[in-house]
Design a protein around this ligand. Sequence first.
Ligand SMILES: [Fe+2]
Length: 246
Amino acid sequence: MFDRLKQLEVLRKSFETQGWALAHQMFPAEVAAAMLFQFQRGLGNTPETYTGIWGKGPFTREFCFESYAYHYPFHAGLLWSLTPYMQALTGKELLPTTSYFRVYRKGDHCALHVDRAAAEYAISLTLGYSDDISWPLWVSKDAVREDARMKEGGLLPDGTAMSMLRIPMQPGDAVIYDGVNRLHGRHDPNPNEWSAHLFYDFVDRNGPYADQAFDRRDEFVQPSAFHFPAPGAPTTPRKKVRRHTR
Ligand SMILES: [Fe+2]
């Protein structure tokens, strides 16, 4: 049996010492597949029907299916509910920032880059491959030098100057990495007809990027209120609700 508590300890140590860690089967493959199907069903699966962004991301050459957490409540829920897991893994008090979903096509690649401040603690989760061929994530062995990042405005033309690791991933596997300081991407052409991925970002609530929480969208951090009828007022529900009891 897989000892998940031990895995968390190993992941925390790996992340602390090397700036990245591979979470083998962070989600069971079945859950990754169910999540992917939910995205497909909720957002569409052709350029004509897709309600997310059918376009070219900043690091891709070709159009792909993209969607951001706050476009789709199911997606935001996935991001927010990963907070406790990421807190356990990093040992930090975290707040979620943003998440995006992307389906790449065959031959596509994701240029090596570093992320904006919102990705202080980033997760890249593989949801599925059309042809079951692993498409590795590349992560730099060392942190990107501050001056190099300044010069390129967050984009480096290629990773040849830095030593890169290629991390093979199966559906359900995730890589946790320091997105702000580690060069990363998928620099091999995608060998599958398509592949689907989810990316989640968090910040340390006591760190330098705390202001990026919830991607600075105030509409998500509003107080809630529920209103009940005044005493004595009729309380008939608008619709008859059949309750299931077992
Ligand atoms: Fe990134």
